[in-house]
Write a new protein. Structure first.
Length: 254
């Protein structure tokens, strides 16, 4: 089964072995399993709760243990569903600026970990259901059928969650790619618009008197006529390029 939280609330898988007999039930696990610890502490402090959990047979006690583990899975699953809803709001919100790749990957890991727990659990419960009646005088098969239904629901919900997080992953990377392409388009346009003034100013620097040098022959706009001419020509070239870019649809960033 599992437990013990890892960093970022990623569940850590831990094997749980259970031995059942006519008048005993033994559990063995390498690390602490929170639902079992909580169940043990509750039975230790509350005699009525202890009687409710243990029932009249080891078979009923095993059902209580399985129910506690499955309930914990439901609790984690509800948190995942809440995280998915929050993630959906943030991914599709254009005002969101923070990166979500890490959160998406962590949520994918958590879903994958829970699926590795839930998938084998269904077959184990089916096997237990076929054999457990011999360890109890009362009819407890219906209890195990309920647990089996709960596990099926968990598996179905995890499958939906897996599909949903994969969709969010694709949408997030698609939106990120689109945003990067817009940035590259803007930088490309800015660079392209700078080409005319760069080319013209290079000729101007080599062959035309700059302010502070010998006055140029053309002075009808004053001593800086040549510089004004270069600026006007560069602006005209840039405006023509902008007009062409908009007409071609290259500056549609909406």
């Amino acid at each position: 089964m599992r437990e013990k939280k890892h960093e970022y609330d990623i569940p850590k898988v831990s094997q749980l072995s259970i031995f059942v007999g006519i008048n005993y039930l033994i559990t063995i696990h390498q690390s602490e399993i929170e639902p079992l610890v909580e169940m043990f502490q509750l039975c230790k402090s509350n005699e009525k709760e202890c009687e409710t959990s243990m029932g009249d047979s080891p078979g009923f006690l095993l059902h209580s243990i399985l129910e506690a583990l499955v309930s914990d899975l439901f609790h984690r699953l509800s948190k995942i569903e809440g995280n998915l809803q929050d993630l959906e709001d943030e991914i599709f919100d254009e005002r969101t600026k923070s990166a979500k790749a890490k959160e998406i990957n962590l949520l994918r890991r958590e879903i994958a970990s829970l699926r590795r727990i839930a998938m084998p659990l269904r077959s184990r419960i089916y096997e237990i259901t076929n054999e457990i009646q011999k360890f109890s005088k009362e009819d407890i098969i219906s209890y195990y059928n309920d647990v089996d239904d709960h596990v099926d629901k968990i598996i179905e919900t995890l499958a939906e969650a897996k599909e949903t997080i994969e969709i969010y992953k694709d949408v997030y990377y698609m939106l990120g790619t689109e945003k990067a392409n817009k940035i590259l388009s803007i930088l490309t346009i800015i660079f392209t618009l700078s080409i005319p003034i760069t080319v013209i100013s290079s000729f101007y620097g080599m062959n035309i008197n700059m302010p502070g040098r010998i006055e140029a022959p053309s002075t009808f706009l004053g001593p800086y006529t040549s510089m004004i001419e270069v600026i006007i020509i560069s602006l005209i070239a840039a405006l023509l390029m902008i007009w062409y870019f908009r007409r071609a649809g290259w500056m549609d960033f909406g």
